[in-house]
Design a protein around this ligand. Structure first.
Ligand code: ADP
Length: 397
């Protein structure tokens, strides 16, 4: 099963996307529908509201009078908390029931208008946001839904802005074109990414990858992508996680890199990483441990630096997750090397040149890591000296 969070500002086209997902076979759970259902006439949610707020919040036929209730909680934070204390657990329970009753191979799309505002992104395998510029949204809502301009602008102002939405979005569906174009983008996302992602999660396997080595110019969105992935890992690891960091070349601004996000999770003891319950949670969250996963790195001077390795089930976002013991040499080196490259533009340029040189030899991805070893050996001391001179300490991310 794959769980996708879908959101977007009012008028962005979120409902159009949800509709298309449903046509493609997704199980769509609409948070607004659930919010209405848990306070429908005859529900225990409505009874709890009447007990707390009195009969005045009902209209003549016994249904919830939203305007009256809204007026009561609008200026009263305690009342609002009480109301949410009634509705939120019931919505969550109903959501759990719907997810539990979905088939094992379902792609469940959670249509949640306030996903970004409530910080719910880490609970899903992927967050899809539909976006269109404000003028377009206002025009569409006035034309198609007959809303007044002031009303639309007021609602837009009360919601998260595009910057927050972009920070939360794993996938941004641009809806500045036609609905047909939007539907085509949804179809492509479904077939190219969600269907194989779900398959991989269900089977606990990593996404297929090519051995072609492609170096990309530095992507300014890599750090935000890493942040979102780390938030998901925090949920999956729970208390076992001690540190969580974005490492490797994609963590160094301006450095060319393979489009693979390297992450490091530090655990108190490496055996914690082998807990079967944790392995199961990680696989279900989309970070399985491959059967042939390396169990260590070979540092300069021999020996091994033990680690556990996981990779992404998402074919659209390659990730290498290195789990290491906090304070161990391998854990420390990953952070030191990143910080050295961040601090030293000359070193960074040398590394970029070495990557380009190797890529030009036509080496594949699997041989590339090995081929970089001599360069790593050659800079080990320099980076160590830098750490000493700058009194570098590993951050406790
Ligand atoms: P939301 O659910 O995000 O509020 P909707 O999907 O209901 O947005 O879209 C808002 C209105 O704009 C609807 O009437 C919809 O039919 C229309 N709409 C959505 N996308 C487009 C588009 N690309 N071109 C024209 N109209 C659109």
């Amino acid at each position: 099963m794959l769980r996708v969070g879908l959101s977007g500002g009012i008028g962005s086209g979120k409902s159009t996307v949800a509709q298309r997902f449903s046509e493609l076979g997704a199980i769509v759970i609409d948070a607004d529908d659930l919010a209405r259902a848990v306070v429908a006439p005859g529900s225990d949610g409505l009874a709890a509201i009447v007990e707390r707020f009195g009969d005045d919040v009902l209209d003549d036929d016994g249904a919830l009078n939203r305007a009256a209730l809204g007026a009561l909680v609008f200026t009263d934070a305690a009342a609002r908390r009480d109301l949410e204390g009634i509705t939120h657990p019931r919505i969550a329970e109903r959501t759990r029931e719907l997810v539990a009753s979905a088939p094992a191979d379902a792609i469940v799309v959670h249509d949640v208008p306030l996903l970004v505002e409530k910080g719910l992104g880490p609970g899903y395998h992927m967050v899809v946001i539909v976006g269109a510029d404000e003028r377009t949204r206002v025009r569409r809502l006035m034309q198609h839904r007959g809303m007044a301009e002031d009303d639309v602008l007021g609602r837009i102002a009360a919601q998260a802005g595009d910057e927050e939405r972009r920070a939360a979005a794993d996938v941004w569906l641009d809806n500045s074109g036609t609905t047909d174009e939007l539907r085509k983008a949804v179809d492509a996302l479904w077939h190219d990414r969600l269907v194989p992602f779900e398959h991989n999660v269900r089977h606990g396997i990593r996404a297929e990858r090519s051995d072609d080595l492609v170096l990309r110019p530095s992507d300014p969105t890599w750090p935000a992508q890493a942040r979102r992935l780390l938030e998901r890992l925090r949920v999956a690891f729970g208390d076992t996680l001690v540190t969580a960091d974005h490492i490797g070349s994609t963590a160094v601004h301006g450095l060319v890199a393979k489009d693979v996000i390297d992450l490091q999770v530090g655990v108190a003891e490496l055996r914690h990483a082998d807990d079967p319950a944790l392995l199961d949670r990680l696989a279900r969250a989309g970070f399985p441990r491959p059967v042939d996963a390396p169990r260590g790195d070979n540092p300069k001077g021999g020996g091994t630096w033990p680690k556990r390795f996981h990779a992404a089930a998402d074919p659209g976002r390659p990730v290498h997750l290195h789990v290491r013991e906090v304070g161990s040499p391998g854990w420390r080196w990953a952070l030191l090397f990143r910080d050295w490259l961040r601090a030293d533009p000359v070193a960074c340029a040398e590394y970029a040149a070495e990557k380009a040189r190797l890529a030009a030899t036509g080496v594949g991805v699997s041989a590339y890591a090995e081929a970089k070893e001599p360069w790593f050996d050659s800079i080990h001391e320099r980076a160590g000296k830098w750490a000493e001179q700058s009194s570098w300490e590993p951050p406790r991310g």
